[in-house]
Design a protein around this ligand. Sequence first.
Ligand code: GLV
Ligand code: MN
Ligand code: MN
Length: 404
Amino acid sequence: MELASIGGTARGGVCRLALTDLDRRARDLVRCWLEQAGCAVRVDAIGNLFARRVGLDSSLPAVATGSHIDSQPTGGKFDGAYGVLAGLEVIRTLNDYRIETRAPVELCVWTNEEGSRFVPVMMGSGVYGGAFTLDHALSASDHDGVTVRQALNAIGYAGQAPAAVCDGAEAFGAYFEAHIEQGPVLEAAGAVIGVVTAALGQRWYDVTVTGQEAHAGPTPMELRRDALQATLRLVQAVDRIAREEAPHGRGTVGCMNVFPNSRNTIPGRVAFSVDLRHVDDAKLARMDEALHIAAGLLHHPGSIEVDLQEVVNFPATSFDASLVERVRRAAQAQNLANIDVVSGAGHDAVYTARVSPTAMIFVPCKGGISHNEIEDASPGDLEAGAQVLMQVVLETAGWQLRAR
Ligand code: GLV
Ligand code: MN
Ligand code: MN
């Protein structure tokens, strides 16, 4: 709740966009908690934070956990923050019980998971896992033209450590991420723990439809080049394309800017986003093809022109089978009702999975609602997820009680 007060909104949510001053304050607070817990904190070149609790054998790769603390513009208290704070709680509990782990335990706070201010989404973990280059990420800019490089410098989080495993950042022995489910499946099943087997593949696009601005009165309907009317046809195609790939297809237009946005001028240009997802890569490719066909049908040079740029593209992810099984067994050992689930949301775990064995732990959120200020989760469920996280970290890292 203290973390949620940084960027807290009147409706009980959080607005803490990546690399803003609010993000800096949240990072400073979490960093302070981690240092108080005895961790050594380092920051890499994309601003990811890593807090290490030493192990008995420093030659072993770390067992890592974490998530993100940036939020959507109208986000909730738990998306991301839960995974970071569950990891902090694990570290504090290791301290309280004087537990020494064999492998080091590391907590990660990844930069710009949300992809709301800067694209690509899951930026810090994407650089880490080699999904795109550090330079590509640092060059991304927000709507005001501020680049990630400038924003990182402005908040004092442009670190020195190498950011990508392929550039020398350490690959983890294992990575576990606890997260709220962000959907309704666990609640409907009466389950407390979601054992996450996979995550949907995603493709994101920036689309620009260009027509011609003209006066709303004197221009007869048949002589218009109305960019918004053309856009609406494409927006409806996105919805249809996803429904045709039910039950796992997803298609969303969440962001739109109409130019010049004046009530008595025919829109000359519309810029909008498209987000397509599917768990089956062949079906996602088919959705991509259908989107290109729909855009092509609207494109008439000199009349209405459609420009479609792909800005995010990652395939469906299967998490590490033995770590997934470890999560399942930990839930069972604690008598927590659990089911296997597929993540509809993207997570940093999707990119860590490219370089380190990875698994996720989901807990329910109220009504399945997330990316909304009313997002909520019960203390009991959050605790259950942290217990499972504790168990799998201990089992994976190896442990003993410190001699008195
Ligand atoms: C991340 O929040 C996503 O878009 O799935
Ligand atoms: Mn998240
Ligand atoms: Mn999110």
